[in-house]
Design a protein around this ligand. Sequence first.
Ligand SMILES: Cc1ncc(C[n+]2csc(CCOP(=O)(O)OP(=O)(O)O)c2C)c(N)n1
Ligand SMILES: [Mg+2]
Length: 556
Amino acid sequence: MSGGNGLRTGGQLLVDALRLHGADTAYCVPGESFLAVLDALYEVRDEIKLIVCRQEGGAAHMAEAHGKLTGKPGICFVTRGPGSTNASIAVHTARQDSTPLIVFVGQVGRDCMGREAWQEIDYRHMFGHIAKWVEQIDDPRRIPEFISRAFHVATSGRPGPVVLALPEDMLVESVEAAPGRTFHAPRSAPALADMLALAAALESAERPLVMLGGGGWTKEASDDIARFAATFDLPVACAFRRQDLMDNRHANYVGEAGLGMNPKLAARIKAADLILSVGARLGETTTNGYSLLDVPCPAQRFLHVHPDPNELGRVYQAELSIVSAMGDFARAAAALTPGRKIPAWGEWTKAGRSDYLEFLKPEPMDGSVNLGEVVKHLNDTLPADSIITNGAGNYTLWVQRHYQYRGVRTQMAPTSGTMGYGVPAAIASKVVYPGKTVVCFAGDGCFLMNGQELATAVQYGLDPVFIVVNNGMYGSIRMHQERHYPRRVHGTDLVNPDFVGLAKSYGAHAELVERTEDFAPAFERARASGRAALLELRVSQEALSPRLTISGLRGG
Ligand SMILES: Cc1ncc(C[n+]2csc(CCOP(=O)(O)OP(=O)(O)O)c2C)c(N)n1
Ligand SMILES: [Mg+2]
């Protein structure tokens, strides 16, 4: 597209640009600071769906989840000052999770900027560290330039969050501006010489292991990596909360390297003689606190593929660093053929798989609801394309251990470890895929961090199932407390609302589940209700994690 559009307000130009770049959904909590944008969105309400939320943390996390699911920037509008501080949680999540996200923030008028006017914040300073890029649009003529750059920055290299501040008077100024052209995310492909070097390194390995992680994956990329893994019979682990990058039922999948990692997988990573990391940064959780791989030079031979050159050599120094988009690397990897009779490591891969299958089995658990059995039931019965969301807390250890994710973006879980993620992520999942089964797991603590968004789910007729794992405490912190300060319980107990009554008051279907055997029929009723549904599971405080009990930690 080129040429002028006639006189348009800043708000209209901004919405023109969103349409040009293909945005079809925006999440918001309204503010008087961006009324001109809301009005421009009114004009295109059939083309860009506007989801109005109850707290900016919920709205921005929905937009983050939208970006994670679609690979295109999630779009969020929040007001200045308190709206932006509430939304900042999701900017952090998008940063750590490498998710394309654009957060538009209202701003005071240009005529009074710098006076600490009503709700004024300098967003360049505030978001300078956590956003991938932050800017303020002071001239409406430059809106097409800034929005185009926002889409490029959010999706290129290591995807991430962009924050754009919108001075109120800029949004109502009428100007003429050329729209520019629709953005295309730039790609990067591995060089042939690098792929040959990779194949040669594999040839000389005895105990190789592939680690998948990071953002920018597609179903095709994941399928290609699975083909590569099968051809070379390589064991494949996934980084923390990136478990869905390979079908967990695949014979080469050996588990998740994250919190609560199978000790046998941890040992296997240490014992490997070659690690090929594809997209994974190899952060603190994936490396067990940087203990599985030595910093800066791992004892294992180390090959690192990442879409962003800034991540290569940042912590770990590789013998081969490859800058590539996931899809391009995966396609090239799938085209490789083993040069000699591979696998020499067949037994190594088989042992990794059998360790994983053993770890998958639920163990006995204190109390009348066994969370492992609940997750296993869902694992055995849910359609393969179902989406499972969660936030942070020890309840996630059972979910991530006993559920087998079956494809890219069937797991929506924050690598940033933020509580309150599961509820908005489930709602956004239903916005993007109304026909898929979406199940959110939340702890009693986690749920109440964004439980108000049940109202959003009900308002838009969205029907995820929220499973609240109620143990009456911030269990994860209690675990750490019992470890470091045994028997001195302080600041971790919770007196909870009646979750069933609360959910019903929002208009959701809700039931209490107090025995493992009651879960399956309750879940079926929840799904059949055709509306947002909440199941409260009463679980024992004693069961701190799949492996730890309070009395065990206290010495029996
Ligand atoms: C936004 C945020 N605040 C605080 C924390 C620290 N934190 C991590 S887990 C946790 C407790 C979670 O409690 P709950 O959701 O009830 O799950 P449980 O551990 O009891 O299963 C807390 C407070 C965090 N990760 N994120
Ligand atoms: Mg809890």
